[in-house]
Design a protein around this ligand. Structure first.
Ligand code: NAD
Length: 293
């Protein structure tokens, strides 16, 4: 059996998996691979699947499966897994880090100090305590963020298609009402036809004046041009994003907008998460081998 490691994983993974077959990172051997391990970089398109003649299983280390043609994989009998539970803590901490950094001007303060400036009077901070956080998508990561926000004594509102009760947030019947009431809005829904561009000029108009938006979900859930307008007009006081239209972004208008913090899709990139992902991958491969003896 050939296991192709197509994207970056913990360096211990090839050694752990070697007991199940040959492990390679040589992408030229795709046609021979029984199992392919990906993160977000490899795009498992129809063409990719057609050139992987021997492929039986794809494992996405992480959550979002929007880089896999799930319909075509199913048609070809290829099993697709993600490692959904592994990344929750890493991404929730990332969203929280961005939510703290934005109103505290951490990146602006650091950059100005390095330029020899002393912006003590200019950099007025805002506390999270007592503010309202609206979480769109109360799945694993959204709920983990809600728990952390409760510890900061924020009021936490959530919107989700099929979550009606939770100890960690007030469930609000519509996304619009969450947006209207929130000082901070954090996005945690998957990229679906129904969520693509869900934050656009119409929904941004419903935000409180001077609200903050944080996106560690998927870049295409926001219309970047509309976010830029909202930042320039002051409708949004700040926007932090870890996720982009493409990795890396090409010609994003966000780079000309004020009051932003950008990170290069590192929400899941903790050492601890990479180890958890490896544990789940080994279990999935062990099960696959046992079932196909
Ligand atoms: P999850 O499946 O547990 O939660 C997402 C929830 O959003 C689901 O329960 C789904 O029912 C719900 N949902 C669907 N449509 C919605 C809508 N229109 N509005 C609100 N909610 C909606 O997934 P998760 O583990 O919490 O991850 C959430 C997303 O975070 C992933 O889909 C992925 O896109 C993103 N993510 C990003 C990173 C990163 O590195 N920044 C890492 C992991 C995951």
């Amino acid at each position: 059996m050939l296991i192709l490691i197509s994207d970056a994983f913990d360096e211990s993974l090839p050694g752990i998996l070697s007991k199940y077959g040959e492990v390679t990172d040589d992408k030229n051997r795709l046609a021979e691979a029984d199992i392919v391990l990906i993160r977000s970089k490899t795009k498992v398109t129809k063409e990719y699947i057609d050139s992987a003649k021997n492929l039986k299983m794809v494992i996405r280390g992480g959550v979002g499966l929007d880089n896999v043609d799930l319909v075509y994989a199913k048609e070809k009998g290829i099993i697709v897994h993600n490692t959904a539970d592994a990344s929750t803590t890493a991404v929730a901490e990332m969203a929280f880090a961005l939510m703290i950094a934005l109103p505290n001007h951490i990146t602006k303060a650091d950059a100005s100090m390095r330029e020899g400036k002393w912006l003590k009077k200019e950099l007025k901070r805002t506390e999270l305590h007592g503010k309202t956080l609206g979480i769109l998508g109360l799945g694993r990561i959204g709920l983990a963020l809600a728990q952390r926000a409760q510890a900061f004594r924020m009021r936490v509102l959530g919107w989700h298609p099929d979550v009606y009760f939770t100890d960690w947030a007030e469930i609000i019947p519509t996304m619009e009402e969450v947006i209207q009431q929130s000082d901070f809005v954090s996005l945690h829904m998957p990229l679906l036809p129904s969520t693509k561009g869900i934050i656009n000029k119409n929904t941004l108009a419903m935000f409180k004046d001077g609200a903050y938006l944080i996106n560690t979900g998927r870049g295409k859930c926001v219309v970047e041009e509309d976010v830029v307008e909202a930042l320039k007009s002051g409708k949004l006081a700040g926007f932090a994003t870890d996720v982009w239209y493409s990795d890396p972004p090409e010609n994003s208008p966000l780079f000309d907008a004020p009051n932003t913090i950008f990170t290069p899709h590192i929400g899941a990139s903790t050492k601890e998460n990479m180890i958890r992902i490896g544990i789940i991958i080994e279990r999935l491969i062990a099960d696959f081998v046992a079932e196909n003896k």
